[in-house]
Design a protein around this ligand. Sequence first.
Ligand code: UDX
Length: 434
Amino acid sequence: MRIAVIGTGYLGAVHAAGMAELGYEVVGVDVDEAKIESLQNASMPFYEPDFEPLLRKHVGDRLTFTTDFAEVADADVHFICVGTPQQHGSMAADMTYVDAAIDSILPFLKDGALVVGKSTVPVGTAQRLADRLHEVTPRDIDVDLAWNPEFLREGFAVEDTLHPDRLVLGVTSDRAEDILRGVYAKTIEEDNTPVVITNLPTAELVKVAANSFLATKISFINAMSEICEIAGADVTKLADAIGHDNRIGRKFLNAGVGFGGGCLPKDIRAFSARAGELGAAASLAFLAEVDAINLRRREHVVEMVRRELDGLAGRRVAVLGAAFKPNSDDVRDSPALAIAGQLHLSGAQVSVYDPKAMANAAKVFPTLNYADSVEAAVKDAEVVLHLTEWTDFRELDPAVIGESVASKVIIDGRNCLDVDAYRAAGWTYLGLGR
Ligand code: UDX
């Protein structure tokens, strides 16, 4: 089987390598020449653990990358993995790249080809694209469209691609279902992966519903965090206690500076916008509150620093973390970078360090000061902010970093540092919601 993957960002590049690992001939296509050149040299254009070994194993053998759409012509299955970012000036998703991807492969689709959407899209998109495919392809060519949403987490993208916890196949024909079951046969057989067969709109909705639930869970605990702060309670203990109820569960109940990244924030906004278009705005009105709680946490940290330093202008602040989460170099909608940026705009002298996200952060926020180590970032700082929970940061020795700061005050925006160790080393430790 030959597989084409259209769009080689965090999702598509890893999916292409994953498909090669499953034994298929794979071509990855993107319009970004620099990205393709990097992938074709088996070098990852973004940081993702375990990804580069897969590239090195398969590029030059059964995995190729190109900017030439004509190379998809032999493919039996075409996975659409392009981005659907938030539109400028609107909450809705920008569908330009999805539409362009379909238009670009249309002239090359062979008889019997299956187009499979993986991108996160507004419900109704799959049917619209299926209609377009049938309208435009010549009568003697039979092509089909299916929707197979992706649930991969950055930082675990390879693991989630090779061993997904479920497969959702939105199909309109037995043939499409058979092809997709065939593509994932190894996973289904070896891992006993649950397969949920649905129609197209259900498959599209599964993805945004899952991300809305995760975002809601995080904002729920962050709302509790706000109450805990006022009431003198500890949100980490509260999360442990309610998390023991297995109907609730402890995962995704870590209170802190909230969620960011290329998915959760824009997905809840696009979902709300789509509900409005469908006349169901009230059904998702709560997602606006989920978003608001999340964004309030960022302002809250800025206020904590202002209070602690009695003003921000000229004050020296060290920020540990720029990525939206550890094990990633992704800074899209990153709480850490947003807080660093806001402090800077309020006049503070901000020094940022992140193990992997420095280059991306500097592109988004070039005016911040980027230090080349933790030690350089915290030097002479009047307050240290821990905003992305990299293992490197969690393992810092509070006594050692305490030697170079101007004042031993740390705000733990992820509530995961060793409070006792910091206090024992003479630090004022401030968590969120505790
Ligand atoms: C998410 C979904 O988990 C994934 O299934 C989907 O395919 C894409 O979106 P990802 O964006 O990689 O994946 O990150 P995720 O691990 O979900 O974390 C999202 C954000 O929530 C991060 O900023 C993280 O720091 C934050 N978070 C997570 C919390 O603030 N608290 C938690 O308890 C968990």
